[in-house]
Design a protein around this ligand. Sequence first.
Ligand code: S3P
Length: 429
Amino acid sequence: MESLIIQPTFNALTGVLEIPGDKSISHRSVMFGSIAKGVTKVTNFLPGDDCLSTISCFRKLGVVIEESENLLTIYGNGFDGLTEPDEILDVGNSGTTIRLLLGILAGRPFYSSLIGDRSIGKRPMTRVTEPLRQMGARIDGRNNGAFTPLSIRGGGLTPINYELPVASAQVKSALILAGLQAKGESTIIEPADTRDHTERMIRKFGGEIQRDNSVIRVKGDQKLIGTEIHVPGDISSAAFFLVAGAIVPGSEILLKNVGINPTRNGIIDVMNKMGADLEISHQPGDSFEPIGDMTIKASRLKGTVIEGDLIPKLIDEIPIIALLATQAEGKTVIKNAEELKVKETNRIDTVVQELTKLGARIEATDDGMIIYGGSSLTGGTVSSHGDHRIGMMLAIAAQICKGEVTLENPEAISISYPNFFTHLNILKK
Ligand code: S3P
């Protein structure tokens, strides 16, 4: 797609948005639907490019998946129903697809090869390939399995007792998915809590998984049964409009049916600490994934420190939190966030580089960034670098710039939020 010229908003942002389905939960609904026995029906599935990559991989593995406008139907036939693919599995831009898929394929007694786009080709895979090899999977690939392209021949897994070296839900989930197919019980220890959608899915599909503080135990040889899933709105997508509402003077936005899983809601804590006028009303519902409506109004904000165990709870929101911090009084420091370097782009570099172009005062550090608040943003030409969250952060930044912003590579936004600009325009009317 060509560059997009984005005009600042001259009015407050107001209105109501129904936030699209959660990306992490949408991926998992396809994966669990595929490895369970029976039919799984998914509503509010996110039709973003990443989740479509997951659907395409599972179709190549022999699973029948029907898509209609409001419903995804997956005809699972258990782990044993997956068949050797006669095509390469292409995960596109999706780290969640490749890492969780490797966990599933580790237990399957056939050969698969996996590739992704240029960004995936730079993202570290040893964090999953190494423990999966320990369980018995035969994996090869570029740089001895550190990067794509990768090949895997699975089957005959032994359980693992593994302490994760990084707080990563993708790695944890890959090992849980392999553990479900191993002979015996696996133990996985997390250095900090990460999103627990995989654990919730297992229970929803009739399986068992235990958690005792940071220790997760999962038994092998489990049978999962197809079910009905309603995917909550994605808090990581809602984050862009939460920040827009907080920084565009006079704004008031209602975001409906947003997932507020406690392992994902770090942005709420941060916005409260920064003085945002944010109200959340919890929706009564089942225990699968908690959901709430969020009302955000523009307010004065102050700088803060974001660090430690909070980081995994808001890792994907750091680009938009950096923008928020440019409009706060005082300094915001983000620490212990070195994982940002191995996301879709090196998000320490891309956030600092692009916000600097718009006139923000922001510095990169080894494990995060320092943002000096109170800057007025100018406008200019910026790039998403092919990273959906950088693209959306810049489109929100453009709302408060003095001049227009030209955004290069805006198409990346369809990875997680295909109707992002439609929603932004609803609020600008
Ligand atoms: C995800 C986990 C996180 C997150 C990613 C989605 C998941 O990645 O950044 O967008 O669905 O499990 P890591 O596991 O690499 O931290």
